[in-house]
Design a protein around this ligand. Sequence first.
Ligand code: MF3
Ligand code: CO
Ligand code: CO
Length: 283
Amino acid sequence: MPKNMRLTKGELQKMRASCQLAASTLEMIAEHIQPGVTTDRIDQLVDTFIRDHGAYPSPLNYRGFPKSVCTSINEVVCHGIPEARTLKDGDIVNVDVTCTLPAENGFFGDTSVTFYVGEPSPSAIHVTEVARKALEIGIAAVRPGARVGDIGHAIQTFVESKGCSVVRDFCGHGIGRQFHTEPSVTHYGRPGTGPLIKRGMTFTIEPMVNLGSWETVVLDDDWTAVTKDGSLSAQFEHTLLATRSGVEVLTRRGSILPHSEDRPYAELGPLSAPAAFSRSSGR
Ligand code: MF3
Ligand code: CO
Ligand code: CO
């Protein structure tokens, strides 16, 4: 039996609720992003918020991960472990939230954004805005009948046209009753190749974009992935449902995120922009 069984209508409602809690967690954390805040503090706030809503912070003890959220600063590509280090003016930090609702035997919602700490450099703006748009472009390629390679190709073509690179070592994934299941959603590829997107499938798109080369190295803590060349890296992630007409962004937020989407250079596409600000809902 395949592990990524499509969800029934009732299960889908529960999946929506979990994804909306993950989205709200990012809205809650956004106002705390400022110089001097430790990533441990972010971890503590996320852990409390998720548990207060009857859910479990999925990263905690997942394959030995020691904290409740991933915080990835500057050259950290993904899976950064919260610690006593403080955020500094000019840093970029990705906060990747996953929750399980209900806490026992629940559904997984997975979403991340890259925040600006204070005032960013031009190169930090570039890599972050390319990653933000790369997710939008990937989402726009989702429809029943498309293949994962169509999504990856759209993302890769855009990112490379902007002089950046797409990480190969980490992918999006099927999600639902499990955190990570098939298919593997690569953010690079060739059109018409890879697994078929079918109506009812739930999965993530989460492109990691590097300013330099795409290669990554995992540190001695066995989790923290950094760019091999030390260049900046940014990431955005949504959990999605393939629908009859296209896609539903399950982790879509209801308002503009401070310290990320509120910047004049942050262009929000129609598919993940807050409803009040978008012309087409994408549904
Ligand atoms: N949230 C990450 C993802 O997008 C996975 C984190 S696994 C952890 O798939 F153990 F590091 F939390
Ligand atoms: Co994910
Ligand atoms: Co994630």
